[in-house]
Structure formats: structure tokens, C-alpha cells
Design a protein around this ligand. Structure first.
Ligand code: HEM
Length: 410
């Protein structure tokens, strides 16, 4: 039954600080409902079907009646003066696999998969270790750090930009562009003008880098993507631009947020932190539990391609569907004691990396980064505590992460 007046207020400080009690309430009482007030950067307040249960989310993520594309009709939801900007913002999303359906998605994913394969990722292991050590070397002697700024933000941007082959001096600027993009896409409170400006600068930069790399092919991922294209397996110029844009976007913000969430959750569960210190081999299951317990990508957006009935509701063609991964990962029917953080939890079929055809392409890289980072931090920082001034959660409900995490080191 449709309950018209229900609304999930994701921008309240209470929700941003801890969404799980609210998600649990909706999951139990209103697991599927139409939220007419909900707004994302794409739909400008058109409303959304909110979905909270694990089984429902998995079933919709494998349902060909829903799409990852951002329909051009959503442009019309913006005032005339904003439409040019929105069209500019949408132009790149139309070329990337994250916002594509089969057969376009299948072709793009297979091309990128050839260039960005597990072999390339495994090769990165020593480089990730080196970057982690370098960051920690720079913190040597410090008695107080902000873990978010001084570690979490640095590792993934260095890894992903190194992998792609962007110059190191550009990393701070890349970080700013990506943060703005992600905030807009996830419906956080960020201005259209700022996002448009940031996207234009970022795409110009990506084009410059591609042009430069064409003249000086190397061993980086960008060269591999260009070569895949030149072997006739056809990534068009626009697709190459979109793919580069996507990889940085998807590889940076997600991992840095998860790193911050990881440290905080370990500090909030000292017995689990101690267990991991004493048994570093538990790092693999620990990372999976962090991806379940407090994942970075909380929310996925889809659009209905046709009218269909779902759990007694009529979902109409063109309507947005919001899938709350953070809620699915606390589903009591799948995870015994779902609110308990347990680094030994097995099995752990969380969907922190999504599910179905769009399952995270960077999951092996993200896992490796998380495992190396946590292991090295625990080896090299014997004692660390939450600083009394406290931490602060960010303001993006779709991408959960900390704005600051001050730590005292001793
Ligand atoms: C902890 C870190 C990460 C998390 C939590 C995460 C999560 C996700 C999720 C939930 C999706 C599915 C999106 C959807 O269905 O709409 C996704 C897709 C994707 N991720 Fe990740 N991701 C992470 C790290 C990375 C990294 C490091 C990279 C790349 C370097 C990456 C690249 C991608 C790409 C390219 C896609 C699109 C796949 C497709 O459309 O087929 N991700 N990620």
C-alpha cells in the first residue's frame, strides 16, 4: 500500500551522524514506500521509491526493468536557466558504465575489464605499501593528527591517480573536483553552479592528460585504456574521457570514506581492535565486516524503465528507486545480531560493493588498499585514541564518511 506522507529525512544531523536506527525502523515498518519529498542531484525533488530490505534490494539490482541511466526527461525538472548547466553535467554521465544499461554497459565493462584486470591490481601491492609507509613516515613524531586529512584522504587519491598515471602535483586539485562531483550526484547540499564549474575544469584536465598520454604511452592504466581503444576494440574519445572521470571518482571518495569509518568503528570497539592487533591475519574478514557494518556507499539510485508491481506497489515508468545498501547490510534475516560489529563474522554476504552487473569493478583494489592500510597502521602506530574534541560526520547521506577524525598518538 502506498503511504503518501512518509519521508526519509536524510539531511538531518541525526541521520547523518547515525542513519542505522532510522533505517532499521523503515526496514521493519515501511520497507517499500513512495517518498515524494526526496531529492537527489539528478531528479531535483521528483520523489523516489525507498527500498530497505536486503532481499528486495538484491532482487531489484538484478531486475532488467530498472535502469542505471539518468533519463533526459529529468532535465525538464530543472528551471530553464539551470537546464544548460544540467545538460552539461549529464553529458559525461551518459558515456560511463556506472550510468549505463546493457548492451552499452556490457561492452564498456568488458573493455575496461581488459585494461583494469586483477593482474594490474596485484602488481600494485608494493606500490600501495610504499604509499602507505610514506604517509606514515610523514606523521612520524606527531602527537595529534586528523586521520581523515592526514591519512584517509591521501592514500586512495595517490593510489588511483598513480594507477591511472596522473602527475602527483595535481592530486590536491583532483581531490576537490571529485568531492564536489560525488556530493552533487548523491544529493548532498551543493550548488549547481559550483558543480558545473568543477565538472568543466575536471573534464578539461582529463582531456589534457589523455592528449599528453597519447604522445607518451606508458605502463599506466590510461595508456592501457588508450591502447584498448587503438586496437580497434573501440573506446571512443568521449568514452575514454568518461571512463577516466569515472575511475577517479569511484576510486577515491569511496575508499577514503571507508578508511575513516574503519578507524572509528575499531576505536569504538576496543576489544575488536585488540583482537585485530593480536591477529593481523583477521584483516580480510575485518575489512568485509567494515564494509557491512558502516559502508561508504549507502545508497544506489535506479529508474523504472516500465510500470511494474513490486511488493504490492505499482512502480511507474520513469520513477526513481532508492536502494539503501546500508540498511540491507543490517538485515536481521541475513546477518545474525546485525548491529554487532564482529571482525570474525563469516559468512558475510554484505552488498557494500553493490550486486549484479554493476558490482564494483574496483573491489579487489579497494580490498587490497584497506587491508594494507589497516595492517600497517596497527603495526606502526602502537597506540592511538580518539581526541577529546570529537569527530565530525560529513553531510552526504549517500556517501557516508567523516569530515574529521582527530586522534591522539602516543
Ligand atoms: C571501499 C571502496 C569502494 C566501495 C564501497 C565501492 C562501492 C561500489 C558500489 C556499491 C558500486 C555499484 C554501483 C551501482 O550499482 O550503481 C560500485 C561500482 C563501481 N566501482 Fe566501486 N567502490 C569502492 C572502490 C572502488 C575503487 C577503488 C574503484 C576503482 C578504481 C571503483 C570503481 C568502480 C566502478 C568503475 C564501478 C562501476 C561498475 C559498473 O558500472 O559496472 N570502486 N562501487
Amino acid at each position: 500500500m502506498v503511504t503518501a506522507s512518509l519521508h526519509l529525512d536524510t539531511l538531518s544531523r541525526e541521520f547523518l551522524n547515525n542513519p542505522y536506527p532510522t533505517l532499521a525502523k523503515f526496514r521493519a515498518e515501511n520497507p517499500v514506500f513512495w517518498d515524494s519529498e526526496f531529492k537527489t542531484g539528478c531528479n531535483n525533488g521528483m520523489g523516489v521509491w525507498q527500498i530497505f530490505r536486503y532481499a528486495d534490494i538484491k532482487s531489484l539490482l538484478s531486475d532488467r526493468r530498472i535502469s542505471s541511466e539518468i533519463p533526459a526527461t529529468q532535465l525538464e525538472l530543472y528551471p530553464i536557466e539551470a537546464q544548460k548547466m544540467i545538460a552539461g553535467l549529464f553529458s559525461v554521465t551518459q558515456k560511463v558504465m556506472l550510468f549505463s544499461d546493457p548492451p552499452k554497459h556490457t561492452r564498456l565493462r568488458s573493455l575496461v575489464g581488459k585494461a583494469f584486470n586483477p593482474h594490474i591490481v596485484e602488481h600494485l601491492r608494493p606500490r600501495i605499501q610504499e604509499i602507505t609507509d610514506e604517509i606514515l613516515d610523514n606523521l612520524e613524531g606527531a602527537t595529534k593528527i586528523d586521520f581523515v586529512q592526514d591519512f584517509a584522504q591521501l592514500l586512495p587519491v595517490n593510489v588511483i591517480a598513480d594507477l591511472i598515471g596522473f602527475p602527483r602535483k595535481d592530486y590536491p586539485q583532483i581531490k576537490n573536483w571529485v568531492t564536489c562531483e560525488v556530493a552533487f550526484l548523491a544529493g548532498a547540499d551543493v550548488s549547481l553552479e559550483l558543480t558545473y564549474h568543477s565538472r568543466t575544469e575536471y573534464l578539461n584536465y582529463v582531456d589534457e592528460q589523455i592528449n599528453h598520454r597519447r604522445q607518451h604511452l606508458g605502463k599506466d592504466l590510461l595508456s592501457a585504456l588508450i591502447t584498448v581503444q587503438e586496437e580497434g576494440d573501440s573506446l571512443s574519445d568521449g568514452e575514454l574521457q568518461g571512463m577516466t572521470w569515472l575511475l577517479i571518482l569511484a576510486g577515491y571518495e569511496t575508499t577514503f570514506n571507508l578508511l575513516g569509518n574503519a578507524l572509528l568503528v575499531l576505536l569504538q570497539h576496543p576489544e575488536q581492535l585488540q583482537l585485530l592487533r593480536e591477529n593481523p591475519d583477521l584483516v580480510e574478514t575485518a575489512v568485509e565486516e567494515i564494509l557491512r557494518y558502516d559502508t561508504a556507499v549507502q545508497y544506489l539510485r535506479r529508474v523504472a524503465k516500465e510500470d511494474f508491481e513490486f511488493q504490492g506497489n505499482l512502480i511507474k515508468a520513469g520513477q526513481d528507486i532508492g536502494l539503501w545498501l546500508g540498511s540491507a547490510n543490517r538485515e536481521p534475516e541475513v546477518f545474525p545480531n546485525p548491529d554487532r560489529f564482529d571482525i570474525t563474522r563469516q559468512p558475510n554476504p554484505h552488498i557494500g560493493f553493490g550486486y549484479g552487473i554493476h558490482l564494483c569493478l574496483g573491489a579487489p583494489l579497494a580490498r587490497l588498499e584497506m587491508q594494507i592500510a589497516l595492517k600497517t597502521i596497527l603495526q606502526r602506530l602502537p597506540e592511538f585514541y580518539l581526541s577529546p574534541e570529537g569527530y565530525e560526520w560529513g553531510s552526504n547521506p549517500g556517501m557516508r564518511g567523516l569530515k574529521s577524525l582527530p586522534l591522539v598518538l602516543s
